[in-house]
Design a protein around this ligand. Structure first.
Ligand SMILES: Nc1ncnc2c1ncn2[C@@H]1O[C@H](COP(=O)(O)OP(=O)(O)O)[C@@H](O)[C@H]1O
Ligand SMILES: [Mg+2]
Length: 500
């Protein structure tokens, strides 16, 4: 089927990438065959100044922001794959800022009325200007009739159509890559595109975000390390989300850290423990914990907003994570090796002692230095890199967790430069191990595991399809390459189509 509109969008996208030298970046020149190298040079001549500003990840981030919500989501997901694209590139990409000028408040009011099926005065006594605007939605400061201050998030008008068009273009690009770039097939470009499209679609339904906020609010209340605003369900629709206004000052405002009576070390500890206990104890976590989404109050209270991305960990991943952290906390990395084999993450045909040797490379720096200098998220990423050498297929949920941990760790260190993430994590991990690996819990698990195995067998007999995973493979640069080759192929195909 011909998709001229999708090709048109792809061509425009390729040009936007080229203008930021993110299509055939100069840094990868050595890898290109001569004609591609010449094309890259020509594009850089045409592109002008902005093609020279910043590292490749930064340039790609700028281009993606210009390309709109689906491209932004693509960038966000790519930035969670440091295992494919390399840590520096992923980190630069993750600083991609999804901020745009707001649309007028009148249009937002009309959207709210349409979504709630009622005039604005029947729900709100005040509905002010936008306080923040992004590619999918913007937030307004408002008041309910009962006087409560609320934040009302409203989708951009016609954003559904825009996302559908961009999704079609991305899917088309993935098909082209799959067809014409055999080397990229292992990276499953179509599955990756579908993941991007699905994630964007989910964020287009604010009822889901309301439910995420509600669920995490419940989970957070059990530990008290963090809170979520109350959902105002009468103000929730597919295109509208109403939450009580978060108390305190946003951490993105530098003045927040000088609030009188603020206990900065405790604040950093609460943040880290909130995240870890969500993931370990409850298997569900706020996966976008940057400063803009965190509000703080003295002495050490944190309220998180923005539940667009919620991460989930199954019982196996939670156990894996707890045991890994326990292994490192206890400085017992042989145990870490065992965990990988026991969980079946590393195929049994690999040599255990060779694997343990590789883990030593991760473990030694931890033993050698004071814990406060060793980043937990870096330890995890190194671990993932090493396990990839041993054919470990990384679960995407674990990568999202590692990525969120990197954000949390960064925020915690900016709150308290002496923050020791290992010391902060210790009680949460210890509590988990004591509870879950105690004899009664173990007996319960043996029964549960046997049941799971039986269910798994049954399912496999009924459904022999292998499951598709967003896979991590250790080849960083080829990942890069498929993205650029993909854009290139798309542009070429478009030209051929136009000439024919
Ligand atoms: N409940 C709330 N209370 C106070 N401010 C909020 C609330 N929800 C959102 N905001 C403000 O609006 C901004 C954007 O909302 P957010 O949900 O983070 O959307 P986005 O997904 O666009 O980042 C937040 O960074 C915050 O400043
Ligand atoms: Mg936000």
């Amino acid at each position: 089927m011909a998709r001229p509109a999708a090709y048109g969008r792809l061509f425009a996208a390729a040009w936007t990438l080229a203008r930021h030298d993110a299509l055939l970046p100069a840094e990868l020149e050595a890898l290109y065959p001569p004609p591609v190298r010449d094309l890259g040079r020509a594009l850089r001549l045409l592109a002008g100044k902005q093609a020279k500003i910043g590292r490749p990840g930064e340039r790609l981030a700028r281009a993606l922001v210009q390309l709109g919500p689906v491209a932004i989501k693509l960038g966000q997901l790519m930035s969670t794959r440091a295992d494919i694209f390399g840590a520096a590139f992923a980190e630069d990409l993750s600083r991609l800022k999804d901020r745009l000028p707001p649309f007028p408040a009148d249009i937002a009011r009309a959207q709210v009325e349409a979504a709630l099926g009622a005039p604005i005065e029947t729900r709100f006594s005040e509905f002010g200007e936008a306080v923040a605007a992004a590619s999918l939605a913007q937030a307004h400061d408002a008041r309910l009739l009962d006087g409560r201050r609320v934040a009302v998030k409203v989708l951009r008008p016609h954003i559904g159509v825009r996302v559908a068009q961009d999704s079609a273009a991305l899917a088309q690009a993935a098909r082209l890559v799959d067809r014409y770039v055999p080397a990229a097939r292992r990276l499953e470009p179509r599955a990756f595109a579908q993941t991007v499209i699905r994630a964007t679609e989910l964020e287009l339904d604010l009822r889901l975000e309301a439910a995420g906020c509600d669920e995490l609010g419940e989970v957070m209340a059990r530990d008290g390390y963090m809170a979520a605003p109350t959902v105002v369900w009468e103000g929730v629709g597919k295109q509208v989300l109403t939450l009580e206004w978060a108390a305190g000052a946003p951490l993105s405002d530098p003045a927040a850290l000088t609030l009188p009576g603020l206990d900065r070390p405790q604040l950093a500890i609460n943040l880290l423990r909130a995240f870890l206990s969500q993931a370990l104890d409850h298997g569900v976590f706020h996966a976008d914990l940057h400063e803009g989404n965190l509000f703080v109050e003295a002495p050490a209270k944190i309220t998180a907003v923005d539940y667009g991305i919620v991460g989930r960990l199954g019982p196996d991943e939670r156990r894996y994570l707890a045991e890994i952290l326990w292994g490192f906390l206890d400085r017992d990395y042989l145990r870490v090796a065992e965990v990988h084999f026991r969980a079946g993450y590393v195929p049994a045909h690999h040599d255990r002692s060779a694997f343990a040797q590789a883990l030593r490379a991760v473990g030694e720096p931890v033993f050698g230095r004071s814990a406060s200098q060793v980043s937990m998220s870096r330890v995890l990423i190194q671990l993932f890199e090493i396990t990839a050498l041993f054919d470990m297929r990384l679960r995407p949920e674990l990568v999202l967790l590692q990525k969120t941990m990197m954000t949390v760790e960064g925020v915690a260190r900016r709150i308290d430069p002496d923050h020791d993430i290992w010391a902060a994590a210790d009680p949460v991990v210890r509590r988990w191990i004591a509870r879950e690996l105690a004899p009664p819990a173990q007996a319960k698990r043996v029964v549960q595991e046997s049941l799971d195995i039986l269910h798994g067998l049954k399912r496999r007999l009924q459904d022999p399809e292998p499951s598709v995973a967003l896979v991590a493979t250790p080849e960083r640069d080829s990942g890069w390459l498929w993205f650029f080759l993909g854009a290139l192929t798309a542009g070429g195909a478009f030209l051929l189509g136009a000439l024919a």
